[in-house]
Write a protein that binds this ligand. Sequence first.
Ligand SMILES: [Zn+2]
Length: 108
Amino acid sequence: MKFGETQIIRKEGEIRLLKIGAKYDREVFCVIGNGSTKHYEDYEDALEEFNLRWMKEKFGSSSNSNAGECINCGYSLQGGSYTLPWEDGDNEYGYVICPHCRCKNERY
Ligand SMILES: [Zn+2]
């Protein structure tokens, strides 16, 4: 890959994972969209960040105003903390903890 050359490896919504040709025949990976641009030497690290971002975008995050309502108390889930699928080891689905009653609301 030539210096300065850019290749889109993955794309989900606003998020892109790029491979960029760097000096001395090196390649760096870059994650852009929905946050500050980040560079990685390692593809696995970049992919992890990429997956985290598009999932947050797709499933909503704590800053998402369209968070829905709690299944238990009916209040808005806005401000609740979101956990990605498998983020804490054994949760098959992502979930939001209701900021009002602490009930788990699964998000697919
Ligand atoms: Zn609740």
